[in-house]
Design a protein. Structure first.
Length: 341
């Protein structure tokens, strides 16, 4: 069976916003370089186009054809670097990336703390102080280091960096943290703006930053989604979402049930935005883009078939193989929603 990654969307996200995302075969990207905020490649990665830097993420793309994820701006962007951060910016948003060798730091906790401290200081200097969305990728996310799971060490390091901000929980961004196949690099990339978005929590879940102690010395420092209102459009950045209700994983070892629970969480989230903020969408087939991380590649076909049912094949979806932050989770889904104000 041939499994196609990209289904053209009928009005699912082509709204002029300060930034937008698209998934396309690497040979078909037509966005002018001067409008690209970030070009993200997954394994197998293709060479960057002339004059263009790219972010290489060590996660296999599960489609037969390699796809590129492109974040773009309607404005011409400028590029630069400061310290460990490379960035591209428009007048309203900045897209930054940090890629460091974990071996250059004393521990994953130290590496995370240093990287996040650098990011926060950089954003203050550049006058884009409001983090909207962060992606974190590092190896062996579920492995132990001196008796502590590496994801928990990552959470401690991140917490150490962000907790210096007064009342920091009010400013936590949407985020994902995924385990990669490389043991070399710690990769973070992020989107920030000049003014803050609105934190969104899910009625079906306890806020991640209030998880009980069983999930680690420090709770994960992110919000379930971030709603950003621009001049004419709004965007909802949805964090990595999985089969968690309250704070507990449901349906261990049952991929179809985990997928259905994840879909229920996504539907709950967008319903909450619509009810509380009087904006947004009603159904998952109106989402602008989804990215799915799958622990075991043999689950790919089942997950894709089910998501095509849920979205009526209207939504661009990128499927990647990666490890999820909890060992008992088989998949995680994140997304972006564009809608007119």
């Amino acid at each position: 069976m041939t499994i196609s990654l990209f289904k053209p969307s009928r009005g699912s996200g082509l709204i002029a916003a300060p930034l937008n995302v698209s998934y396309s075969p690497v040979a078909d990207t037509e966005i002018p370089v001067q409008n690209i905020l970030a070009s993200i490649e997954y394994q197998p990665a293709a060479p960057a186009a002339a004059g263009q830097e790219q972010i290489d993420v060590a996660l296999p793309c599960l489609s037969a054809v390699p796809y590129r994820e492109t974040w773009s701006s309607p404005e011409v962007v400028t590029a630069g670097s400061e310290g460990m951060i490379s960035y591209r910016q428009s007048s309203r948003v900045i897209f930054g990336v940090v890629k460091v060798r974990e071996s250059e730091f004393a521990s994953l906790q130290d590496c995370t703390h240093r990287v996040y401290t650098e990011i926060l200081q950089f954003l203050t200097r550049k006058d884009y102080p409001s983090l909207l969305r962060v992606w974190n990728y590092f190896s062996d996310i579920n492995a132990d280091s001196d008796g502590v799971e590496r994801y928990k060490l990552f959470c401690v390091g991140r917490h150490q960096a962000v907790s210096v901000i007064p009342d920091f929980e009010r400013y936590l961004p949407a985020a994902s943290a995924i385990g990669t196949g490389t043991q070399e690099f710690f990769l973070v990339y992020f989107v920030a703006a000049r003014s803050p978005g609105v934190q969104i929590e899910n009625p079906r879940q306890i806020s991640a930053f209030h998880y009980p102690d069983q999930y680690g010395p420090k709770s994960p420092s992110f919000t379930r989604a971030m709603l950003k209102n621009w001049e004419q459009v709004s965007q909802l950045y949805i964090s990595g979402t999985a089969s968690i209700v309250g704070h507990q994983t449901l349906h261990r070892d049952k991929v179809r049930l985990q997928l259905d629970e994840t879909v229920a969480n996504l539907q709950s989230l967008i319903g909450h935005v619509r009810a509380v903020h009087q904006c947004g969408i009603e159904r998952l087939d109106q989402v602008s883009a989804l990215k799915v991380y799958i622990r075991h590649p043999e689950h790919y076909a089942l997950i894709q078939d089910r998501l095509e049912e849920v979205t009526a094949e209207k939504v661009p979806v990128l499927y990647l193989q990666g490890d999820i932050c909890r060992q008992d989770l088989l998949l995680e889904i994140e997304g972006l929603v564009n809608f007119r104000r």
